[in-house]
Design a protein around this ligand. Structure first.
Ligand code: SAH
Ligand code: SF4
Length: 347
């Protein structure tokens, strides 16, 4: 059964067949502008409200909501209709909010340092399951007087392995929820056909590539899909995206103690950054601990030194705050409660 944010406007019209034509607009606005519960749409006759609430169920049932000690990070754990679980993280800033959404339940890419990768793949999320994560986060942000301005696909799953549905969700976020494409970021482990497909899509979203290693030998170990799509092909695909979109690509780099935080790593990374036109921006984050990976994240002083080395080499780099580590809410390690089924690969 499709959920309320799965259906297109035409599909909604079919469900409302026999009702006055203006009801389609009314319900669509209720879902996307008011972001109200269907049975709260009091402009509709009560019987219709009840039928819609039944025919168009919500996709997400809240299991837990955890708030970080400082109150700035909220993590939602949702149950889907088949029992699969996914997480969404809402990050509150003084004047706005960012939502980190999941695109799959689990992930098939098997990056050993990632809690989602350790848990393995369950299934793709539907359009409605993705969009509703944003709607529910918007409702939550409104309660504390914040407006969601940014969406990042950095939760569970590999968005470019579910590209069609992710793209349809992006269109809903843009067309119906009113988010700017420039405030939507898709993060990929480097699925080359997905990046090339993105270059054919009309909206100028941001692209982030989770690099973590700047030579194929190390990246083959950290990010197993590199054996299929090696660095040179990833770089070419990024340049194809940049050729059609007036955007900058960012490289995500989770710093792992003694593994990818050496002076040689900074040198190799700075060279790769400059192979993109315009040059890539590096986002550094110390690795968050996960149950299936024992090497620790780079200590804070070395993180800063690594950033300074990159900058001295002419690359752009920023250290990202590890948000909500105490509630396991850092994006990309959102699999709390999932059984660990894969043996982690060690770098
Ligand atoms: N599959 C996509 C998007 C989800 S992961 C991707 O890999 O890009 C979002 C980000 O979190 C990625 O950059 C990922 O490499 C990073 N990540 C995964 N596990 C992490 C950990 N334990 N600590 C820090 N970052 C991590
Ligand atoms: Fe999947 Fe991204 Fe985690 Fe790798 S880092 S296992 S691609 S979610």
């Amino acid at each position: 059964m499709p959920t309320r944010y799965d259906v297109s406007r035409d599909e909604l019209a079919a469900i409302l067949d026999g009702e006055a034509r203006f009801r389609v607009d009314q319900v669509w606005r209720g879902l996307y502008e008011q972001r109200a519960e269907l049975d709260e749409l009091t402009a509709l006759p009560k019987a219709l409200r009840q039928r819609l609430a039944h025919d168009l169920p919500s996709a997400l049932t809240l299991v837990t909501e955890q708030v970080s000690d400082d109150g700035d990070t909220v993590k939602f754990l949702w149950a889907l209709d088949d029992g699969a679980r996914v997480e969404t993280v809402l990050m509150l800033y003084p004047d706005r909010a960012t939502v980190c959404v999941s695109s799959q339940a689990g992930c098939a890419m098997g990056c050993g340092f990632c809690a989602t990768g350790q848990a393995g793949f369950e299934r793709h999320l539907t359009i409605g399951e993705i969009v509703e994560q944003v709607v529910r986060s918007m409702q939550r942000a409104e309660r504390v007087d914040r407006r969601v301005s940014n969406v990042v696909f950095m939760g569970m799953g590999e968005p470019m392995a579910n590209e069609d549905r992710v793209w349809s969700a992006v269109e809903r976020l843009h067309d119906d929820l009113g988010l700017s494409a420039r405030h939507i970021t898709i993060s990929t482990v480097g699925i080359v056909p997905g990046i090339r497909k993105l270059a054919t899509r009309p909206l100028p979203v941001n692209l982030a590539v989770s690099l973590h290693a700047a030579n194929d030998a190390l990246r083959d170990q950290l990010v197993p899909i590199n054996r299929r799509y090696p660095l040179a092909e990833v770089i070419d695909a990024c340049n194809a995206y940049l050729a059609v979109r007036n955007r900058r690509v960012s490289f995500e780099w989770a710093l792992i103690d003694g593994v990818n935080d050496r002076a040689s790593d900074a040198r190799e990374l700075s060279v790769l950054c400059k192979r993109l036109r315009p040059a890539a921006h590096v986002n550094l984050i110390p690795l968050n601990p996960t149950p299936g990976y024992s090497t620790r994240g780079t200590p804070a002083a070395r993180v800063r030194a690594f950033r300074d080395e990159l900058i001295a080499l002419g690359a752009n780099a920023t250290v990202r705050r590890n948000r909500g580590t105490e509630i396991d809410a850092a994006c990309g390690q959102l699999a709390a409660g999932h059984p660990v089924t894969l043996t982690p690969k060690r770098g």
